[in-house]
Design a protein around this ligand. Structure first.
Ligand code: IDC
Length: 517
């Protein structure tokens, strides 16, 4: 088609006008939008506008909430251990917010050489990113409250060389909304590996600052020993341990916390915590459980009890496997490690087999004990060791006929569930005591042997007459809110410390009175 010149000029002019017009429109629109948040023209401009608003808010937030001095992060390594030539440790992370506004979108970056691995973690999303361990929030700890903190973030790490292991945490950064809040790391000193002596000293120091009024049980009674059928304290006075057993540590780890233990110490007058570590069941230490994370719960439990000046039982919770010899080699390794770690602690007690059962005889149990006790004694010369007895720790009379010899401070477990175990088991206890056997009620409840069913208050009272008359020590099953009668916490209550009487089950109410008695 042929076009004349005039027509062509008109078309070009019109096109030029459209282009100029559009340019002006976009320019003016864009400017306007910056002033007026409600007016949007194109989607691109909306995005620009929103981004700008976010940037402004972020700046304001940073100014309003905290300065570098107000927020900080610190890490510590409360437990370290070696296993199969590898170096393991627990890294605890604490974020502190001293400002008057909450902070959100936090991220902690911990220096960690390339070879370092993350074995398990809790209360944070944790991943390895190059030479860093990066920790971010989980659903329930997205914000650090004003004048508050987030504790209880834990990571189990491992490294092939000691050098790599030691350099974990050489630098630690806290980032909030991508902005670095701390550029130095106060934790550097805390991260240097502590010797057992230093750990003990630290725990003792903490213990002093933790006591609420007067002295803690361990400050008053010190190292315990066994004299005749009694536990005596360091002054030689008869002493009764009274306390609570956890449920399976791997199943209810949240109850192993310092506030929970101090609730028992301060509100209940308890002086003992038993840490029940199932060996065979689901998530068992010797089956499919994650050894290092289960062990770190044990270590945490011991640390909390130590800080609070409470006594603590490390319980190798033999049950479904029936015979403790099934995992004897594992038990040796475990008690070797625990006794090396806690040899200088005055408050740690070892229970080497919760409840032998099935066809397991006393001679099976005795043979097992005679292999485990020397492993512990090699490190820890005098801690109390509790040995389970056949038939779910009922046959103390049989053990009394043929007790373990050659060691001091050995005790024997009797367990009862008052609605099932009555006069005949109490008679076994009396027989054993008469023969001079020191008996420890390291587990009991007042319902039936399933841990559930109705409470038998009448039998429970009879048991406690016997217990108190003979100064026997005891730990009650179980610290959890599981829907079963033996749980001390109501199943509707999700608190993991600081329980009021309203939060306690019937068993919990009864036990609290018993302990306070
Ligand atoms: C029970 C728990 C229950 C759990 C079960 C696992 O109460 O929630 O499912 O173990 O096998 C014992 C044991 C102790 C038992 C308790 C009640 O030492 O582990 O706990 N019991 O059955 N001996 C006698 C009773």
């Amino acid at each position: 088609m042929k076009m004349n010149n005039k027509k062509a000029i008109i078309i070009i002019a019109a096109l030029a006008a459209v282009i100029v017009g559009l340019t002006v429109f976009v320019f003016v629109g864009g400017k306007k939008n910056k002033k007026d948040n409600n007016e949007t023209t194109t989607s691109t401009e909306t995005t620009v506008q929103n981004t700008e608003n976010e940037a402004t808010t972020q700046e304001e937030k940073t100014d309003d909430t905290a300065t570098n001095k107000d927020c900080s992060v610190s890490i510590s390594k409360p437990n370290t251990w070696e296993s199969n030539g590898k170096y393991f440790g627990q890294v605890d992370v604490t974020i502190t917010n001293k400002s008057s506004s909450e902070i959100k979108n936090w991220k902690v970056v911990i220096d960690a050489p390339n070879g370092v691995e993350i074995d398990s973690n809790w209360n944070g999303e944790v991943k390895k990113d190059g030479n860093d361990i990066v920790v971010t929030a989980v659903e329930y700890n997205q914000s650090v409250p004003a004048n508050g903190n987030i504790k209880d973030i834990g990571v189990i790490v491992s490294a092939n060389s000691k050098e790599d292991f030691d350099s974990i945490g050489k630098a630690v950064k806290l980032l909030v909304d991508g902005k670095e809040y701390t550029d130095n790391n106060d934790a550097k000193e805390e991260t240097t590996e502590e010797t057992t002596e230093e750990t003990t000293e630290k725990a003792k120091e903490d213990n002093k600052s933790d006591k609420t009024d007067g002295k803690t049980p361990v400050e008053i009674h010190g190292k315990l020993s066994v004299k005749g059928t009694d536990i005596v304290d360091e002054n030689g006075d008869k002493f009764q341990l009274k306390g609570i057993s956890t449920h399976g540590l791997a199943w209810f780890p949240d109850y192993v916390n310092k506030d929970a233990f101090s609730t028992f110490r301060d509100d209940w007058d308890a002086n003992l915590i038993r840490l029940a570590m199932y060996t065979h069941e689901n998530n068992g230490y010797c089956t499919d459980g994650n050894k290092s994370s289960i062990k770190s719960i044990v270590n945490n439990g011991v640390d909390y009890a130590t800080q609070l000046g409470m006594y603590v039982i490390i319980d190798w919770h033999v049950l479904r496997e029936e015979n403790p010899n099934v995992y004897k080699d594992e038990a040796k390794l475990f008690f070797e490690e625990m006794s090396a770690k806690y040899k200088d602690y005055d408050n740690v007690i070892y229970e080497i087999c919760n409840e032998p059962n099935g066809s397991t005889s006393w001679s099976d149990v005795k043979a097992y004990a005679e292999e485990i006790i020397p492993v512990i004694r090699k490190n820890d010369k005098d801690a109390i060791i509790i040995v389970g007895t056949p038939n779910w720790s009922q046959d103390v009379d049989i053990a009394a006929d043929n007790p373990i010899t050659g060691y001091d401070n050995i005790m024997y477990a009797v367990h009862f569930y008052a609605a099932t175990h009555t006069e005949n088991i109490r008679n076994k206890v009396t027989t054993a005591l008469d023969k001079g056997l020191p008996v420890f009620v390291s587990e009991f409840s007042i319902c039936d042997a399933s841990g559930n069913g109705a409470i038998d208050y009448n039998q429970a009272d009879k048991w406690f007459e016997l217990i108190n008359k003979n100064n026997m020590s005891y730990a009650a099953w179980n610290l959890s809110n599981k829907d079963e009668t033996s749980s001390l916490i109501k199943s509707s209550c999700t608190k993991t410390s600081g329980w009021t009487d309203d939060d306690l089950s019937e068993t919990g109410i009864w036990l609290k009175k018993q302990i306070q008695n």
